[in-house]
Design a protein around this ligand. Structure first.
Ligand code: PEP
Length: 250
């Protein structure tokens, strides 16, 4: 059976109390996880340790929303991927468009962060995606290729493991998801681009979709052959919606 990943990005939301409530609500609705669908929750940094203890023994995995491109050193305010690994993370989101837009992160930094994450033993979830303007100007493939190539300049396909998240910026938090046909086209493009470097790596590389995934559109998006799961923002903050999306994969 095909394997899927469902990643919840909690962004800068939550509190000690609301995190526990949300996790309990998810667990009540989905007490046992499928061996074919990995559920990964990405809380804000201060809550990683809290969540690590809450998810222990549940099968739910933990991810972070960002990490430094260094493993340690004089980088005030940064968080090492090695620290995240020590606290129980298995994954880290790299290059989310909100970090590119608000923190000025660029393609090169994304590649270095992906490499540092891998070196710390984490699986980077590398976000790529075009703006509405880039799509309108038929520049989507140029942009995706540039972002992907920057990351793959650092990734050693012989042994590294990564997840690519296709997140068109015009679909994030807007309520307007890409159509299943657009998602399939872009995922197939991303896979073919990586196949030029390493066909067997590309064939097994998970590509997940993010951008206004909701219970009502999840099944059709996830039915596309090159879609290996989802990166969920706003719907991940609602247990009923998040579990309904999970169940569309099971
Ligand atoms: C995201 O921010 O990664 C995301 C996919 O958000 P939303 O689901 O709210 O569009």
């Amino acid at each position: 059976m095909k394997k899927y990943w469902l990643v919840g990005n909690w962004k800068m939301h939550g509190s000690l109390a609301s995190n526990a409530t949300l996790l309990n609500a998810i667990r009540e609705r989905q007490p046992a996880l499928s061996p074919y669908v990995d559920m990964v929750l990405c809380p804000a940094f201060p809550y990683i340790a809290q969540m690590a203890s809450l998810v222990e023994g549940t099968g739910i995995q933990l991810g972070a929303q960002n990490a430094s491109d260094h493993l340690q050193g004089a980088y005030t305010g940064e968080t090492s991927p090695r620290m995240l690994k020590e606290l129980g993370c298995g994954y880290v989101i790299i290059g989310h468009s909100e970090r590119r837009i608000y923190q000025g992160e660029n393609d090169g930094l994304m590649g270095r962060k992906a490499l540092a994450a891998i070196d710390a033993g984490l699986i980077p979830i590398i976000c790529v995606g075009e703006t509405a303007e880039e799509r309108d100007k038929s520049r989507t493939h140029e942009v995706l290729a540039r972002q992907l190539d920057a990351a793959f300049g650092y990734i050693r396909t012989a042994h590294d493991q990564v997840i690519i998240a296709y997140e068109p910026i015009w679909a994030i938090g807007t309520g307007i998801a890409a159509t299943p046909e657009i998602v399939q086209t872009e995922h197939a493009f991303l896979r073919s681009r990586v196949a030029q470097r390493d066909p067997s790596f590309a064939a097994r590389m998970p590509i997940i979709y993010g951008g206004s995934v909701k219970p009502g559109n999840a099944a059709s998006l996830f039915s596309m052959p090159d879609v290996d799961g989802g990166l969920i923002g706003s719907a991940a903050l609602n247990a009923e919606d998040f579990v309904a999306i999970y169940q569309s994969l099971v």
